[in-house]
Design a binder for this molecule. Structure first.
Ligand code: ATP
Ligand code: MG
Length: 412
C-alpha cells in the first residue's frame, strides 16, 4: 500500500501517556483516544487488531463455530441470573424515550455473553445428541471499569473473543476445557507472546469451587501479580495464593490476556436449560467460558516489544511486513527503481507499506519506519545504486543487497 492511502499520520510530538502502549500507539497513529478507555482504531491499528483476531479465529474454528451476538440486550436477561448488581454493568436507555416509565426502557451493553448464549441455544439444542457443542464470537464488550487506563490494557469499550461450551456432564466439560488450554498456548505462541505467557491458577468467584485458569503475560505495566509455587510446580494469582506463598516467593507482574472458566450449571439452571439424557431424564447442561482480550493483547505486545525508536511488531501481527522508503532527491530514476521493487514485492504477495512521500526528508521516513515497527525496512536511494538497503527492525545491521534477493530475505 502506498503511504498516501493511510489517511492518518504519525505524531512524534504527541504527549506521553501512562504506559508505553498508550504513548507509542498514539504517536505512531495506530489508535486515537475518544475518552478514557475508549479508542478508535486507525488504518494501521485496525490491521494489527484484525491480524490478532484472525489468528484467534483460525484456532477457534478448529474447536467451535463462530457466531455474532448483539451487544445491546434487554435487562431481563441480567435480572434472570441475578447479576444486575455487577459493578461494571452499563445500562442504556433511549435519550428521548419520554413516554416510557423510568427504568422501563433500559438495556444492558454486554460485558460478557452467558446471558445471551444460554437462552439462545436453549431454543434448539435440547437432546443429549446435541451435546457437546461450542460457539464463539469476537466482539466489542462494554464494562464500566472504575479506572480505565494503560491504553489498550483496560478499556471501557474493548475487544474480546469469548467462547462458550455446553456439555452433558462435568467429565465431558473437563476434557474439552483441557483441550482449549492447549489451543490457548498455541494462540499466544502465534501472537508472539507465548514465551512470556504463564498459565496461573485463579479463583472461580461465585461460579465454581474449582480453580480457573488465567493466561498471564509478564508485563511491567500489567495490573495483576502471580506467584510461582516451587512445591506445587504451579503459578497462582494473588487472589488464591496463600500468605506463605506470597511471603516466600518472587512477585511476577503480569497482564491477564485470557482466561478459561468452568461455569458448572449456574447459567443453565437460571434459564432452565435442561437436556434429555439417554434414559429420558432431564438434566442441566454443564457450561464453561473462555475469553481472550484481543485489544488488550495488542497493548501487551507493544509493552513487550519496543525500543527508543518505537514499536517492534512480531511478524505474525505486523500491519505490513516491509516498510519501503524511497529517498530520491532530484533523481527520477531512483523513484522508478523503488516503484519496481514495490511492484515486485506486491506481486510476490509481500505486504509492503511504500513511503514515497514527496517533501518528507529521508531522516523522517526512517524515524517513521522505526516508530511504526514493521519487521523490515528497505531503503532505495541514490546511494544504494541498483541495490536495496535492508534492515530488520530487531537488528542494527544494515545490508546492501540486490533487489532480486529482497524477496528471499523478507520471506525468511
Ligand atoms: P480483569 O481481571 O483484567 O478485569 P476479567 O477477569 O474481568 O479481567 P474476563 O471477564 O475473563 O476478564 O474477560 C476475558 C478477557 O478480556 C480478560 O482475560 C482480558 O484479557 C480481557 N479484558 C477484561 N476486561 C478488560 C478491559 N477492561 N479492557 C481490555 N481487556 C479486558
Ligand atoms: Mg474485570
Amino acid at each position: 500500500m502506498r503511504i498516501d492511502q493511510i489517511i492518518t499520520r504519525t505524531n512524534k510530538e504527541a504527549k506521553e501517556f501512562d504506559t508505553i502502549n498508550a504513548t507509542l500507539l498514539q504517536k505512531a497513529g495506530f489508535i486515537d483516544q475518544t475518552m478514557a478507555g475508549v479508542y478508535s482504531y486507525l488504518p494501521l491499528g485496525l490491521r494489527v487488531l484484525t491480524r490478532i483476531e484472525n489468528i484467534i479465529r483460525e484456532e477457534m474454528d478448529k474447536v467451535g463455530s463462530e457466531i455474532l451476538m448483539p451487544a445491546m440486550v434487554p435487562r431481563e436477561l441480567w435480572e434472570k441470573t441475578d447479576r444486575m448488581e455487577t459493578d461494571i454493568l452499563f445500562e442504556v436507555r433511549g435519550a428521548n424515550d419520554k413516554s416510557r416509565k423510568k427504568n422501563k426502557a433500559s438495556y444492558i451493553l454486554s460485558p460478557t455473553h452467558e446471558e445471551v448464549i444460554t437462552p439462545l441455544f436453549m431454543k434448539q439444542r435440547m437432546s443429549y445428541k446435541d451435546l457437546p457443542f461450542a460457539a464463539y464470537q469476537i466482539q466489542t464488550k462494554f464494562r464500566n471499569e472504575e479506572r480505565p487506563k494503560s491504553g489498550l490494557l483496560r478499556g471501557r469499550e474493548f475487544r474480546m473473543k469469548d467462547l462458550y461450551s455446553f456439555h452433558a456432564s462435568d467429565e465431558d466439560r473437563r476434557e474439552y476445557y483441557d483441550r482449549i488450554k492447549d489451543v490457548y498456548v498455541k494462540i499466544f505462541d502465534r501472537l508472539g507472546i507465548g514465551e512470556d505467557t504463564i498459565v496461573a491458577l485463579a479463583g472461580g468467584g461465585d461460579f465454581t469451587d474449582e480453580f480457573t485458569h488465567e493466561f498471564d503475560t509478564r508485563c511491567e505495566s500489567g495490573e495483576d501479580i502471580v506467584y510461582w509455587d516451587e512445591r506445587e510446580q504451579a503459578y497462582y494469582n494473588a487472589e488464591v495464593a496463600s500468605d506463605e506463598l506470597k511471603d516466600g516467593s518472587e512477585e511476577i507482574k503480569v497482564s491477564e490476556v485470557g482466561n478459561i472458566f468452568p461455569l458448572g450449571t449456574k447459567f443453565s439452571e437460571a434459564f432452565g436449560y435442561m437436556f434429555t439424557d439417554q434414559s429420558g431424564e432431564r438434566k442441566p447442561v454443564h457450561m464453561a467460558s473462555y475469553g481472550i482480550g484481543s485489544s488488550r493483547v495488542m497493548g501487551v505486545i507493544v509493552e513487550k516489544f519496543n525500543d527508543d525508536g518505537g514499536i517492534i511488531w512480531p511478524k505474525s501481527v505486523a500491519p505490513f511486513q516491509v516498510y519501503l522508503a524511497v529517498m530520491p532527491g532530484d533523481n527520477k530514476a531512483v523513484i522508478e527503481r523503488a516503484d519496481k521493487i514495490y511492484e515486485d514485492l506486491l506481486g510476490a504477495g509481500i505486504e509492503v507499506l511504500y513511503d514515497d512521500r514527496a517533501g518528507v526528508s529521508g531522516g523522517m521516513k526512517l524515524k517513521d519506519a522505526d516508530l511504526t515497527g514493521m519487521p523490515w525496512r528497505a531503503v532505495v536511494s541514490e546511494k544504494t545504486g541498483s541495490k536495496v538497503e535492508i534492515k530488520a527492525r530487531t537488528s542494527e545491521e544494515i545490508r546492501l543487497i540486490k533487489g532480486s534477493d529482497l524477496l528471499k530475505v523478507v520471506k525468511a
